[in-house]
Design a protein around this ligand. Structure first.
Ligand SMILES: [Zn+2]
Length: 89
């Protein structure tokens, strides 16, 4: 997760691998949460963040999370979906 410092303004995109639902978070918030859970934080690989998600997708109810740092000046819904498709393929 420490990588986010090299990309000011980047977001952590959490996306569902089963449908198209996704949400982006501020990396600082994710790190704080990881530290709260005592599973490191800064040293946690970005892709491991998805494994720590303990809730089901609000859209399809499954738990197939993926996570990726994205660098969006303006990450809107459509852009997020495009990224999710790109990440999966
Ligand atoms: Zn889903």
């Amino acid at each position: 997760m420490a990588d986010h410092r090299r990309y000011p303004g980047c977001r952590l995109l959490l996306f569902c691998g089963a449908c198209t639902w996704s949400k982006s978070y501020r990396p600082e918030r994710i790190i704080a949460r990881l530290q709260e859970l005592r599973v490191s934080g800064h040293t946690t690989p970005v892709t491991d963040v998805a494994k720590r998600v303990g809730w089901n997708c609000p859209s399809c109810g499954r738990m197939r999370w993926g996570s990726q740092l994205v660098y969006p000046a303006e990450l809107d819904e459509r852009e997020a979906r495009r990224l999710v498709r790109q990440i999966r393929s």
